[in-house]
Design a protein around this ligand. Sequence first.
Ligand code: NZQ
Ligand code: ZN
Length: 390
Amino acid sequence: MENFDFVSPTEFVFGRGAEEQVGQKLAERGARRVLVHFGGESARESGLIDRVCASLDAAGIEHLELGGVRPNPEIGLIRQAVALCKEAGVDWVLAVGGGSVIDSAKAVANGACIDGDVWELFETKRSNPDVLPIAVVLTIPAAGSEASKNAVVSNDELGRKTGYGSDAQRPRLAFMNPELTFTLPPFQTAAGLTDMFAHLLERFFDDYGAVPVTDNLNLSLMRTIRAEAPRVLVEPDDYDARANIMWAGMLCHQGLAGLGRHEDWATHALEHELSALDPSITHGAGLAVMFPAWMEYVCEQNPARFAHYGREVFGLAPTGDARADALSAIDETRAFFASLGMPTTLAELGVGEDDIPRMLPTLRANKGEAFGSMRRLTLEDAAAIYRLAL
Ligand code: NZQ
Ligand code: ZN
């Protein structure tokens, strides 16, 4: 097992009515003036923003509101929010939404504490220890940003989408009420399921040997997602199924499921270029297309690992031929994503062969000449994987 240094500072308030405790919990931690940051319309329409603000009012906490975060959050609104926080002396940022809102809030919380432009952190990956504390009311289980160290932000002017990771920006408080996810459109539920499953795949398939304590936790989460996914899609207001999925989404990406391993993350890098190329491409949908293609491309590196995954997650009986078993496991993965209603080809995302060369320069800017762990991929490999996914 590789050495690791794992920080997880998040307090989780989980279950029905969790968001009613926002004011009290933030007051206990000394919050005085909070930026309430949210997305398009869903949290406003459901009355959630009003409930959260009422909870802050009841606790005597001042607050400002700034909505409008789009999926694949953009640096322009983040810069506006940073200016607002500095002007108003905001001391906590409260994200009400999903990965996009939380990542925007993380960028804002960094930007509010530094002199220069916050994009510079995403560009240089320079570590910034000074970050406003962040709280989250989660409305979609998917990205796992409610406890993760990462934020992923787009810069439309530069055609870039890139991440910044730091333990200092892990949320301090996460309010997780599964009932808030009942209103999710089926496509967003499915994209979220795909994303959390992908966070496990990125950690399971690398160039390292077995780490049973980590691997078995990971496989158990994969089995759970597979079992619960049809339940939340068939019955969107099944509280227990939604609760299991919401908690799984956090466990998939807070870090535990990869400890002691190298982890891969090539497929996320390939997907982020799709969402940079066209910000209307949903992260989970891009992953559903790219993951099986990446698996096919790299599985020769360690067919036994794929066969093990196929046995443990899909119950595939071994045939004695590890390569054949690996390919069956990849087929099952593609079929699982398709069963959720996710796309299986780049064509379905509106991406064609001509787009591939357009993504490579920004991929190089984000990842350098080689990336990934199970197999080090060059830009030529990346192009080949995109072609496999067409
Ligand atoms: O904007 P509104 O109107 O709120 O609608 C949102 C949005 O359109 C809607 N939605 C959210 N909760 C809802 C709801 N609709 C109805 N009822 C609810 N309860 O869902 C749509 C998608 O929201 P978004 O926040 O974009 O989803 P997600 O959580 O999947 O976040 C995706 C972003 O996270 C990044 C992705 O790249 C992408 O930008 N990631 C962040 C990571 C991290 N910080 O650790 C890791 C991930 O790998 C990922 O890269
Ligand atoms: Zn992801």
